[in-house]
Ligand binder design. Structure first.
Ligand code: PRP
Length: 185
C-alpha cells in the first residue's frame, strides 16, 4: 500500500465487481435504444474508471471527453461550471449520453452538465459515478441522484483510481483514504 494511504476504502476486487455490474446495467438499459451510445468521460479523475467500464460494455459504444472546473467557493451559489474542453458533434439528437464521473460531491458539476448537454440537443443524458458522497449534498441547493452508482462513501479525503491530491496518486489501482498529515502539512 502507498505510504500516504491511511486505509483502502474500495479495493481492486470491489472496483472490478462494480464495473461489471454497471456495465451490465448499461447493456440492459440501452439494448433497444436505437440511438448511438456515448460514454462521456469528465477529465481528469474519471479516466481510469471510464477505461475499465467501457471494456465491459458489450453494446457498440462511442467515447468522448469533456473537461470542466467548478467556480471557486465565492461564486458557488451560481451553480455554474467552466467548460475547459467542450463536446463538439452535430448528431446529438441521435445520441444517448452516459456521463462518467469518478466522484460526486456537491452535485453541481453533473446537474449543470445534464442541463447543458440536453440544451445542446442530446437525445438523452444519464449519469454514472464510481463514488458518491451524498453527505456533501445540500438538497435545498442541488438535489442530485446519479442513474448508475458504484458505491456510496463517507465524507473522507479519497485518492487513487483516478482521484488526486495535488495531481498525485491518480495511478493507484484502488481508492484509499489519504493520511490527514499529507494535506495538513
Ligand atoms: C471532481 C469530480 C467531479 C467534481 C465533483 O473533479 O471528478 O468532476 O469534482 O464535484 P461536485 O459534485 O461538487 O461538482 P475535480 O474538480 O477534482 O477535477 P479532476 O477530475 O480533474 O481532478
Amino acid at each position: 500500500m502507498n505510504k500516504d494511504v491511511l486505509s483502502i476504502l474500495v479495493s481492486e476486487d470491489e472496483i472490478d465487481t462494480i464495473t461489471t455490474r454497471i456495465a451490465a446495467e448499461i447493456d440492459r438499459d440501452y439494448a433497444d435504444s436505437g440511438k448511438k451510445l456515448l460514454l462521456l468521460c469528465i477529465l481528469k479523475g474519471s479516466v481510469v474508471f471510464m477505461g475499465d467500464l467501457m471494456k465491459k460494455i458489450t453494446l457498440p459504444v462511442e467515447i468522448d471527453f469533456m473537461k470542466v472546473s467548478s467556480y471557486g467557493a465565492g461564486t458557488a451559489s451560481s451553480g455554474r461550471v467552466n467548460i475547459l474542453l467542450d463536446l463538439h458533434r452535430q448528431d446529438l439528437p441521435d445520441v444517448d449520453i452516459v456521463i462518467v464521473e469518478d466522484i460526486i460531491d456537491s452535485g453541481r458539476t453533473l446537474s449543470y452538465l445534464i442541463d447543458y448537454l440536453k440544451l445542446k440537443g442530446a437525445n438523452s443524458v444519464k449519469t454514472c459515478t464510481l463514488l458518491d458522497k451524498p453527505e456533501r449534498r445540500d438538497p435545498s441547493l442541488v438535489d442530485f441522484h446519479p442513474d448508475y452508482c458504484g458505491t456510496i462513501i463517507p465524507d473522507e479525503f479519497v485518492i487513487g483510481y483516478g482521484l488526486d491530491y495535488d495531481e498525485q496518486y491518480r495511478a493507484l489501482p484502488y481508492v484509499g483514504i489519504l493520511k490527514p498529515e499529507v494535506y495538513t502539512k
